[in-house]
Design a protein around this ligand. Structure first.
Ligand code: ATP
Ligand code: MG
Length: 230
């Protein structure tokens, strides 16, 4: 399953807030076997969010959007997602009932707009905060507050599927430039993905859906490089 992650917020683009939601979602989706093909960060701009979500909804199996829920002036995500899927925004009675019964909120205390969702959307309850999320078509709309986002994602995590992937890492005490030929040969011999991540040493990361192929490729590489001593 191919997924796009769209994080919304001016504070992310100015560098004031670190985009931990994107990293967390990528890891969780990847762990589940889903393939994340895009991560973008957009300003609090209804049109830009709508255009991007519409494009990615066509292109990928699912789009996960975080940030910009709730009733304040800069919370435009629900309207934008509604635009993207060609539906109006409607007051969600299901969301109000949940907040009244489980959340302990009186109807009249809920700020106007808090429970507006794209028409026909499935409500996702916010077990940590107030603003509900939703699923509409293949678009998942989650809050920006990291703890709220994580709690809500776990409610739908099972809907993101893919083939299980296996991974082996080899820590190499050689400069990356010296490894080019061996990496090329490994990629010819084995049907596995290979990532090379330089730092204090080079971490070669082998990954694939065939556990034997990944193990054999890692063993092949370990025999041909200076492996970092543990
Ligand atoms: P609320 O319902 O509280 O209004 P929201 O869905 O509207 O939440 P935002 O207003 O976009 O979310 O952001 C709420 C908080 O979460 C802000 O402090 C923001 O910096 C933080 N936040 C938003 N997006 C991210 C992100 N991608 N990574 C980390 N933190 C984020
Ligand atoms: Mg907000």
């Amino acid at each position: 399953m191919e997924v796009a992650v769209v994080t919304v917020g001016d504070e992310l683009l100015s560098g004031d807030t670190e985009n931990t939601n994107a990293t967390w979602l990528c890891r969780r989706l990847h762990d589940r076997g889903a393939s994340v093909r895009r991560v973008v960060t957009l300003p609090d701009d209804r049109r830009e969010i709508a255009e991007t979500v519409a494009e990615y909804r066509d292109r990928y199996d699912a789009v996960v959007v975080t940030g910009g829920l709730g009733p304040t002036h800069d919370d435009l995500t629900m309207e934008a997602v509604a635009d993207a899927v060609g539906r109006p925004v409607e007051h969600s009675e299901a969301a109000v009932e949940y907040l009244a019964s489980e959340g302990g909120y009186a109807r009249e205390d809920l700020a106007a707009g808090t429970t507006d969702l794209p028409a026909g959307a499935r409500v996702l309850h916010n077990e940590v905060g107030v603003a509900p999320g939703c699923v509409v078509d293949s678009v998942y709309v989650l809050p920006g507050v990291p703890a709220e986002m994580r709690g809500m994602f776990e409610q739908v995590a099972g809907e993101f599927t893919g083939q299980r992937r296996y991974r082996e890492t080899v820590a190499v005490a050689e400069p990356e430039s010296a490894l080019v030929d061996r990496f090329a040969e490994l990629r010819e011999r084995f049907d596995v993905g290979l990532g090379s991540y330089p730092g204090e040493y080079v971490e070669a990361r082998l990954e694939g859906t065939d556990a034997d192929a990944v193990r054999e490729a890692a063993a092949w590489l370990r025999e041909r490089v200076d492996v970092v001593e543990e």
